[in-house]
Design a protein around this ligand. Sequence first.
Ligand code: TLP
Length: 340
Amino acid sequence: MIDLRSDTVTKPTEEMRRAMYEAEVGDDVYVEDPTIAKLEELAASQLGKEAALFVTSGTQGNQIAVLTHCQPGNEVLLEEDAHIFYYEGGAISAFAGVQTRTIKGQRGAISPSDLKNAIRGDDVHFPETGLICIENTHNRAGGAVVPIDNMKEIYELALEHNIPVHLDGARLYNAATSLGITVNQLAQYTTTVQICLSKGLGAPVGSIIAGDKEFIERARKWRKRLGGGLRQAGVIAAPGIIALTRMADRLHEDHEHAKQLAEGISSIPALKVVNQVDTNIVVVNVRSSGFSTEEVLSKLKDEGVLAVGFGAETIRLTTHHHITKSEIDRVLTILNKQFG
Ligand code: TLP
């Protein structure tokens, strides 16, 4: 199977498996796991933050950030297709008791003037704006890179209004790779950031939240409350260290493969690539093929290719470190055969 459903499907590398086997461990609820400590220090330093916390998933990291930043009854501003709003099971309302106010963005980027209009003033009727969330790269915008100038403007606006900015950076290393800058440069315009170790970076599990020391200590308590206090979890933190030190440098290959895929698809009239491919995600509208999304996915599966539905008429194909150039050639041959 050529699995293009997500970059979450990657399996740990040999080096990761060795690191897991050899990891020094301790009880992390007592903050005694040296491997977790090493991962957290490394992540904090790459992201230019004082401290970091290892959490089980991107969703858990984002939710802990919302819980730590906000009070029940606060309003959270976020892009209308943000993962935190669209894909996290309503956790933000269920657990943090906040309400969401979504803003339509341009390729995942919220315009600072729209954001400014959405920030609540001081009025007895209004909720307080407790948090602004941004996402880079933006998943539903097709892995779009949110420009650093946009992040800077949003951060400056937020500072003026004393509102924290949380970045869902599940694929921040993809954004940095595409821009040719460091994750630190992007994260400087945030109060807190969540990055996933288990997407393009290929670790089997885990995310990081980073911010100032005081925030991370409160986040640690929220993680415990949510049942996320882990014990000898150095065995799962160890591959995260490999992810941060070895895997980011190769992300450009995934981006090249996604571009190769999109270019090939653009010569098939029945299929339409709907996103500008900045990183490792290609979104394809299949309406003109005459088949439904489900039918397209099932035809591809019969030919040994997996993708996911991404809306009424669209499918998503995501490249990652198991996908080679010749597999992209093969996927294009199959697409031509079925829909060309
Ligand atoms: N995204 C997954 C699915 O949930 C859709 C995927 O296959 O792309 N933020 C962003 C921007 C994400 O894309 C994801 C996962 C998460 C957060 C959540 O991470 P996990 O899956 O670790 O909870």
